[in-house]
Ligand binder design. Structure first.
Ligand SMILES: [Fe+2]
Length: 203
């Protein structure tokens, strides 16, 4: 399956929810227009979907890695799962603060997301880390796109996005440090799909 995470589709502008569950805002925070709040809620919902998907994907990897470095990678991932779950909670509560209704059900996530399901099952630590490099690239690119837009709309939500991006970029480095040689080259460089990245990382 193509790794849409890595092709930038996660960075596409969110065109609004497809679930019909969060559209109407009856109030919002003081000093913000209803239309600006609606757009901010859309950006938050898109990141909520990404974080819910990401923490489940990281657990899936935690359970499916095999090979000589199993315990190091298995244990590295749990703090990432916990942190990303916390980000989802913060994003959802920001939606509610702005007068919206966060959508956290799995079916709504799958219906709304603009990326494919993570495509690797049981595999070596290097293969999963290679694929996760692409997952994190997609997630971070979309956060940074959101930050650019929020600079005009809502610096408070922008601040939340910036804080989460800092942590996610750190986790991305933890992953990439396993894929880097001492010359600073990533084994996954140029890979366009999770499968390609996994294969490159395994070489
Ligand atoms: Fe566990």
């Amino acid at each position: 399956m193509t790794a849409i995470w890595a092709t930038g589709r996660l960075g596409m502008p969110c065109t609004g929810n497809r679930t019909g569950m969060t559209t109407k805002l009856h109030y919002t925070v003081p000093g913000m227009t209803q239309s600006d709040a609606k757009r901010v809620v859309e950006l938050l919902q898109d990141r909520l979907n990404a974080c819910n998907d990401l923490h489940l994907t990281l657990k899936h990897v935690h359970w499916n890695v095999v090979g000589p470095h199993f315990i190091a990678v298995h244990e590295m991932l749990d703090p990432q799962v916990e942190a990303v779950r916390g980000f989802a909670d913060d994003l959802a509560e920001r939606i509610a603060t702005l007068g919206g209704s966060p959508v956290g059900t799995p079916g709504a996530l799958v219906a709304a997301r603009t990326w494919d399901e993570y495509s690797i099952g049981r595999a070596t630590t290097q293969e999963h880390l290679g694929a996760l490099d692409l997952v994190y690239q997609g997630v971070i690119t979309s956060y940074r796109d959101g930050i650019k837009e929020l600079g005009e709309l809502d610096p408070v939500t922008e601040d939340m996005f910036i804080g989460q991006t800092e942590q996610i970029e750190l986790f991305h480095w933890f992953v990439r440090a396993h894929l880097e040689d001492k010359g600073g080259h990533l084994s996954t460089e140029g890979a366009g799909t999770e499968q390609e990245a996994a294969a490159a990382a395994a070489e």
